[in-house]
Design a protein around this ligand. Structure first.
Ligand SMILES: *Cc1c(COP(=O)(O)O)cnc(C)c1O
Length: 227
């Protein structure tokens, strides 16, 4: 009941906004995911390739699986056949590998470019300048099996709401800048993935279209994850 109530409260909060809810189910057992599924939730986010692949096998096939964590190139093959959206594309090497694996399974895989916006040493992502440099006609030639749908970012882990807001604003400004640029035909600026349990309200106010919420739905995770 708790999971269902949390989902209903979040959906009520997001209703009327363009912001969709991704239930971040990493480390959660299949039963908890089914509880959210029964409440109507269909978008789930995970951060480990093999975990997401085994949950995909075990759960209803109308779930949209979102990869939100750092993805190693040698793990792309596990998720290429079914993944709905990879939020965490943070290097050219990874773009190349996703393009290759997408070709093997004859899919066009949707991705977001992860942008480094935090004031921390540990976070992954492209610099804003690198994203602008990727957005050329060559992008289509290099990655014909990819479909870039937008940008993703993670704010600094801090209680300073003003800092978090400024980081989200910087990502939204990059998104808007790219949106009015001539983009390659396999690159669109439609989705802006930002906001987690602690900061999704700020993210929504600053234009997020996909919030990634875990603990505010499922409670604390049982074991720490390395993302
Ligand atoms: C775990 C995770 C989330 C969800 O975090 P919560 O604080 O539990 O809401 C969101 N985004 C990414 C990239 C994550 O790894």
């Amino acid at each position: 009941m708790v999971v269902k109530n949390n989902i209903n409260a979040l959906l009520a909060e997001l209703s009327g906004s363009p912001c969709r809810l991704i239930a971040v189910s990493k480390t959660q057992p299949v039963e908890k995911i089914l509880e959210a599924y029964t409440a109507g939730q269909r978008l789930f986010g995970e951060n480990k390739a093999q975990e997401i692949a085994s949950k995909y096998e075990a759960l209803p096939k109308d779930i949209e699986w979102h990869m939100i964590g750092h993805l190693q190139t040698n793990k792309v093959k596990y998720i290429a056949p079914f993944i709905s959206l990879i939020h965490s594309v943070d290097s050219v090497k990874l773009l190349e590998e996703i393009n290759k694996q997408a070709g093997k399974v004859k899919r066009r895989i949707s991705c977001l470019l992860q942008v480094y916006i935090a004031n921390e040493e540990t976070k992954f992502g492209f610099d804003p300048e690198e994203v602008i440099q990727l957005a050329t006609p060559n992008f289509l030639k290099s990655y014909p099996n990819l479909e870039v749908k937008g940008l993703m970012g993670m704010a600094t882990f801090t209680d300073n709401h003003e800092q978090i807001r400024n980081e989200f604003i910087s990502l939204r400004k990059l998104f808007e800048k790219l949106r009015v640029m001539p983009l390659p035909s396999n690159m669109q600026m439609k989705e802006l993935s930002m906001g987690m349990s602690a900061d999704y309200k700020i993210a929504k106010e600053e234009g997020s279209t996909l919030v990634r919420v875990g603990t505010a739905i499922f409670g604390d995770r049982n074991y720490p994850t390395n993302s």
